[in-house]
Ligand binder design. Sequence first.
Ligand SMILES: CC(C)(COP(=O)(O)OP(=O)(O)OC[C@H]1O[C@@H](n2cnc3c(N)ncnc32)[C@H](O)[C@@H]1OP(=O)(O)O)[C@@H](O)C(=O)NCCC(=O)NCCS
Length: 382
Amino acid sequence: MTDEHVINKGLEGVYFTESAICKVDGQAGRLYYRGYSIEELSKNSNFSEVTFLLLHGKLPNNREMLEFNQSMSKERDLPEGMISYIKENAQKMHPMDVLRTCVSMLPAYDAEAYDSSPEANFRKSVRIISKSASIVAAIGRARANKSYVAPDPSLGHAENFLYMLNGEKPRPEMVKILDIMLILHAEHSSNASTFGVIVAGSTLADLYAAITAGAAVLKGPLHGGADEAALSMMYNIGKPENTEKYIEDALAGRQKIMGFGHRVYKTYDPRARIIKGYLESLQTGNSEELKTLSQIAMRAEKLMIEKLGASKGIWPNIDFFSGPVYVSIGIPKELFTPLFAVARSSGWCAHMLEYWQNNRLLRPLEKYTGQLDLPYVEIGKR
Ligand SMILES: CC(C)(COP(=O)(O)OP(=O)(O)OC[C@H]1O[C@@H](n2cnc3c(N)ncnc32)[C@H](O)[C@@H]1OP(=O)(O)O)[C@@H](O)C(=O)NCCC(=O)NCCS
């Protein structure tokens, strides 16, 4: 090896593996899961079916869908110990911290936690994807000082989540919106958290350890935490007419506007386009809060595109319009990122299972810039 090290800061442009799960075309603004476009899936499918597609590489037939839904619903209930932990801690920490800890606790309740056969890992994937939704619903209940609602096995994944969160069956249009949000968040190739999952799993740590790592990576505002941060910004802006000055001042102060920019998309994120479409259709509703948020979002988007779209390739990403859409179905702001994790757990598991078929430890290099061969000086003489 020579001293000519090529450093790709932020690993930009670096390929580390092959994958047949997801294609992100950052120039054309297209996204595909297992060959199906995100537009096609969000229009026609639901989260369970997309999860099956990600894990198995094909869409299920009727029998496979039925069996998969049954296996998901069987895994939904939470152990007593975890419910108590959530009650005790949900108001003390950010929900992402509670979720991450709960995922990390799951081996305590799983007899096959350390069985790393592909079959056991597949069953654990279903367990994680299913239970993470119940964990987030339980966190939401505990933060609102309400008691745990047990899952209803007759309900689909999105419907059951809203039922466990609110204690009542949701309206079908709420279920539809949540299903679409879950589909849009389910997968995105080698994003930071998926890479984090694979780094952990490449050491042959178990699936729970790998997914815990993913939850830790997702939390940050440069990644999954951007949805919560973008909505906080909209609340800080307060009134639609304040939008332009707020954004101009923030950019002048070299602040980043959350929900804009992407490492791969140098054009409009197709997921943001779909979510914006839903937000536009919601504007006709009669919630003043929602109308205000929508107007702020639209004005901010217009200004950002004018200023940074073509010139710097900074466009809205999935996290910008998500907040107001979640508000429309009554999801509290601190649950946005945990809900992102609930959806992304599908992609995380699919990638981990795929990578383990041909595992190699991930271990990049860093270029050392410090000194060498320094003499050791006794502590009293320094
Ligand atoms: C997503 C993100 C981390 C990608 O980062 P990246 O590829 O490493 O790009 P950088 O952070 O190096 O940014 C490159 C340039 O664009 C600017 N930029 C990037 N995102 C910006 C944003 N949201 N608002 C304002 N400027 C932004 C940077 O300030 C930098 O400008 P400079 O060249 O003058 O220094 C970045 O766009 C960002 O921080 N966005 C906000 C957080 C967010 O929405 N994350 C969710 C992503 S799905």
